[in-house]
Design a protein around this ligand. Structure first.
Ligand code: SD4
Length: 312
């Protein structure tokens, strides 16, 4: 039985969402965790010059991907249990066009490969060796992404080889980023090295359109972070966007998606999931299961980190 006693009725959602209609401010970029602030800076450089939300989220996502000190995304990300750094990423634009890569090795910027999949292939998603072959054919450099720090962590992990995903890792994890530009167009990006010590071949929510990220240019955009298996089960980011379509503010849309996950579990002890969302007016919000999730916001008035409201 759900901790919440079942789903909230639709009219309850509407009442809650209509209580205080959110005011928006365009353009805006919102991204997950504390490293989102630095990433937002790169995105804002583009948005503030009337650039596109699509270019902004790609530029933003590349910031933590390229930073070896960030151990949860891109270069320097912690490996799987067999010592392979395998990366997941996706991107989606205002025309419902999307591209995605999963279990990609040796490429520092999977978000840019995902964009190439969107723009230079007839497909939406490429995985593993096929994604790598495609990346190389597009001119991406093949590199060793396992840093000395990550290799040492892996050696230490192997001593007990216990897989118990940590929550709120160093207050950064997957970067999900959603933005609306000065023309009112929405886009989003999501990129991660996934859960540390995952099984080789495991793919999380982050490269799955609808789970880690979803954009509908009529409504809004949402992205997710946390335990991917839980996010996939409810198609989390799509759920957030559909909640907004039915009248929820961005924050309430995220809260209701979090409640859906909680309702599917007897216990959410040790399970963290956080969502962020922005709507067509440029209003934004976020919500998580547990305390400790934060998101970064940048618009013409604000450049800040927000401690997300949470259920537990
Ligand atoms: C995953 N959602 O691979 C990602 C990783 C993450 O907290 O955000 N972990 O499941």
């Amino acid at each position: 039985m759900s901790a919440l006693g079942g789903f909230l009725p639709f009219n309850k959602w509407s009442q809650e969402s209509n209580a205080q209609p959110p005011k928006g401010n365009k353009p805006v970029v919102v991204s997950t965790w504390n490293f989102g602030k630095e990433a937002n800076k790169a995105a804002w450089n583009i948005l503030s010059g009337n650039g596109s939300a699509l270019d902004a989220v790609e530029a933003g996502a590349r910031v933590p991907e390229g930073n070896p000190d960030i151990r949860t995304v891109g270069y320097g990300g912690r490996p799987d249990r067999d010592g392979f750094v395998t990366l997941d990423a996706c991107i989606m634009d205002q025309n419902d066009q999307c591209g995605s890569v999963a279990a990609l090795q040796h490429i520092k910027h999977p978000i840019s490969v995902a964009r190439k999949v969107k723009e230079e292939s007839p497909h939406v998603m490429l995985v593993a060796d096929g994604a790598l072959d495609f990346a190389v054919s597009q001119g991406f450099e093949k590199e060793d992404l396992l840093t000395e720090e990550s290799r040492k962590d892996w050696e230490a992990w192997k001593e007990d080889a216990d897989y118990s995903p940590e929550i709120n890792i160093e207050n950064h994890d997957t970067i999900g980023m959603v933005a609306i530009d000065s023309k009112g167009n929405l886009s989003g990006a999501c990129t991660t090295s996934g859960m540390a010590w995952k099984m080789h071949g495991r793919v999380g929510d982050s490269p799955l359109i609808g789970s880690g990220l979803f954009v509908d240019n009529d409504v809004g955009a949402a992205a997710a972070t946390g335990l991917g298996e839980e996010i996939i089960r409810v198609n989390g980011s799509h759920l957030v966007v559909e909640n907004m379509r039915r009248g929820d503010s961005p924050e309430m849309a995220c809260k209701h998606a979090v409640e859906r996950i909680v309702s599917k579990n007897d216990s959410v002890d040790g399970i963290q999931v956080g969502f962020i969302a922005v709507n067509k007016e440029g209003a934004y919000g976020g919500y998580s299961i547990q305390e400790g999730f934060s998101f970064a916001v940048r618009n013409s008035k604000e450049d800040k980190l927000v401690d997300a409201p949470h259920l537990n």
